[in-house]
Design a binder for this molecule. Structure first.
Ligand SMILES: Nc1ncnc2c1ncn2[C@@H]1O[C@H](COP(=O)(O)OP(=O)(O)O)[C@@H](O)[C@H]1O
Ligand SMILES: O=C(O)C1=C[C@@H](OP(=O)(O)O)[C@@H](O)[C@H](O)C1
Ligand SMILES: [Mg+2]
Length: 170
């Protein structure tokens, strides 16, 4: 049985939905953000402040690349798609589910991206980040679930329905 990896923009609902999905499937739950914090013995925002964005992405790539689990739902951080090795590892061993959300919904939910610790370069807006990342999420997704306007329970149901597709082996 393959692991399930959730990808998508920050605040798309990966962590919230991941833990509920794991419970419903009787799978383990792994939150990549917590794996990184444990490995580094620092908070994500401390890693970003002390090491800078590029190094944070390398640390994130390494932590995700090394995740070995069975029967697990893995909620990644939104910037995981910059890590080529991590994404190839997940692509080859897991079912990757992209929680897709519109720019307007995500902007409403996030508020100030700087306060949320989003990997945002100097002079880059949340809109720039959204446009840069969407093609990367799409590139790696085995399944895309549109979540706009849906409550958490409805997103869960959509994800589970998508697993009934015989082309998707989980
Ligand atoms: N479908 C949804 N509708 C409304 N709010 C949601 C939905 N999914 C998640 N949220 C809320 O958005 C916030 C961010 O969710 P979170 O799971 O931390 O996202 P991520 O892990 O993708 O960054 C939380 O407050 C969560 O309760
Ligand atoms: O998208 C991003 O740049 C980030 C998202 C965060 O995780 P969530 O996607 O769970 O919020 C966390 O990994 C880090 O602060 C960077
Ligand atoms: Mg999260």
């Amino acid at each position: 049985m393959k692991n399930i990896v959730l990808i998508g923009m920050p605040a798309a609902g990966k962590s919230t939905i991941g833990v509920i999905l794991a419970k419903e499937l009787n799978y383990h739950f792994i939150d990549s953000d917590l794996v990184i914090q444990e490995r580094e013995e620092r908070l994500l925002r401390e890693i970003i402040a002390e090491e800078g964005l590029d190094r944070f992405i390398e640390i994130e790539n390494e932590a995700n690349r090394l995740i070995e689990a069975e029967k697990a739902v893995i909620a990644t951080g939104g910037s995981v798609i910059y890590g080529k090795e991590a994404m190839e590892h997940f692509y080859n061993t897991c079912v990757i589910v992209y929680l897709k959300i519109s720019y307007d919904s995500i902007a409403n939910r996030i508020g100030d991206p700087k306060k949320r610790g989003v990997v945002l370069k100097e002079n880059q807006t949340l809109r720039d980040l959204y446009e840069e990342r969407c093609p990367l999420y799409e590139k790696y997704a085995h399944i895309t679930v549109e979540t706009d306007g849906l409550e958490i329970g409805e997103v869960m149901q959509k994800i589970k329905n998508s697993f009934k597709n015989p082309d998707i082996m989980i």
